[in-house]
Ligand binder design. Sequence first.
Ligand SMILES: NC(=O)C1=CN([C@@H]2O[C@H](COP(=O)(O)OP(=O)(O)OC[C@H]3O[C@@H](n4cnc5c(N)ncnc54)[C@H](O)[C@@H]3O)[C@@H](O)[C@H]2O)C=CC1
Ligand SMILES: O=C(O)/C=C/C=C(\O)C(=O)O
Length: 487
Amino acid sequence: MSQHLTTVAGVTVDTRHFIGGDRAASTETFTDVSPIDGRALGAIARATAKEAAAAVAAAEAAFPGWAATPPAERARLLRAVADGVEKRIEELALVETADNGALLRSHRRGVMPRVAHNFRFFADRLLKLGHAEFETRGHAQHVSWDPAGPCVLITPWNAPLMLATWKVAPALAAGDTVVLKPSEWSPLTASLLADIATAAGLPAGVLNVVQGYGSEIGSTLTSHPDVRRVSFTGSVPTARLIAASAASRLTPLSLELGGKSPLLVFADADLELAAELAVEQYDNAGQVCLAATRVLVEETAAEEFTRRFTEKAAGLVQGDPRDEATDIGPLIHPHQLEKVDGFVTRALDAGARAVIGGHRGHGLYYPPTLLTDVDQDSEIVQEEVFGPVLTLQTFTGEDEAVRLANGTRFGLAATVATGDHERARRVAARLVAGTVWTNCFFVRDLRAPFGGSRQSGVGREGGDWSFDFYCDLKTTVTAPNGWTDHG
Ligand SMILES: NC(=O)C1=CN([C@@H]2O[C@H](COP(=O)(O)OP(=O)(O)OC[C@H]3O[C@@H](n4cnc5c(N)ncnc54)[C@H](O)[C@@H]3O)[C@@H](O)[C@H]2O)C=CC1
Ligand SMILES: O=C(O)/C=C/C=C(\O)C(=O)O
């Protein structure tokens, strides 16, 4: 087998970059390690500025042809990519689980089908984009969604292919070309996507994948003069670096960042449901930007809620994410374990009490944790932990509930559990959040705008909001009698 191929869960993955339709190696590599058991999965190409610039050059060269490709043909190719993803769902699921440790059952049944849907959705949406036409004092006005140019897409490890294709699909649909830089902690499925796109007939250079460390090639990508859009999902500190770098060229940015979302449980709620919603926040070992990690419970219901929550949490199975029975897998990386454990240790030192968990487990498997006796302004309540760690605070009445819920620098999502429709409406209206769920969680639809307020992000993805970002909108105004017919 070529030194550039690795086999993961029986699937062959090319460890090189994908630039201009060809595979490209780097002199250096980095080792990709599985969080399940610490096994080395492959030596992945580690780009320098040279390969990063080559990827942008390939995207720039392919742009005129792709931008001129009729929307119907672009949509056909995106659907072919969706078909390719669907044919390889099992392989993609196996590789993603080995790479990032999230549950195989979720990858098989939820996440990878959504990857295919991302391509199909934006293919369909492209063909339905409204090209506004109207008249102004006899002049015809026409608004078009023009392709913008090469886009740099920088994506995280917690849902690698799902979050990457949320950006890749609309960018390609818009007629833009793409340089995708997946996280160095989960690089493999992006490489498989390149294979799938090639098999689907996507022209060379339209989708490029560069592997490596953001800290080493990020600024080459984000400050490149030929890059017309930068879209990033990840942490707030990295977003600041990217924003500063892109600012040198005033390149438009979309930022999907972290969260510290609240789950508000009112005493009139179905407490069984509320406890179920709280336990759901341990999904993906808490490595989900949307996770409602701050549980806020009305004082009078706190004891009963905690009893039900503890009972349900005791039923969670933590272990190998490839087992169908497992509910919680490992954290992605030893650095993430140190980060999560550091937050919990400091909180306990500051006086918090662990209702469940509160200590390390074996390896990267951090036990589900609920901390109480925490102050609103404490680190554990204010900062994103990105692990299976929830806090519990109590409140009295709606005003205090809303004050606590809105009392962080984030504003990604919120969940409200109440039996009172009017209260649900009132409270939702007062919450600062990109998405508010009432008596449910994680009901997602690409037709809805997705993103955060405050430091949870800049801009929205999904629906026409994605096209709004990836397109250059243009208004063409034509005078009524201005034609000279040269026959
Ligand atoms: N969706 C979300 O909200 C996510 C939030 N996080 C948060 O971020 C924390 C740290 O996780 P990391 O993986 O270190 O996130 P990160 O934000 O550093 O990494 C995400 C991506 O940014 C790239 N990157 C890093 N430095 C860059 C730079 N200077 N320029 C351009 N790209 C750069 C990385 O290579 C990766 O592809 C987590 O503990 C969690 O709190 C992490 C992943 C996803
Ligand atoms: O699955 C979704 O709809 C959204 C997921 C978002 C994240 O998990 C994230 O950005 O971290």
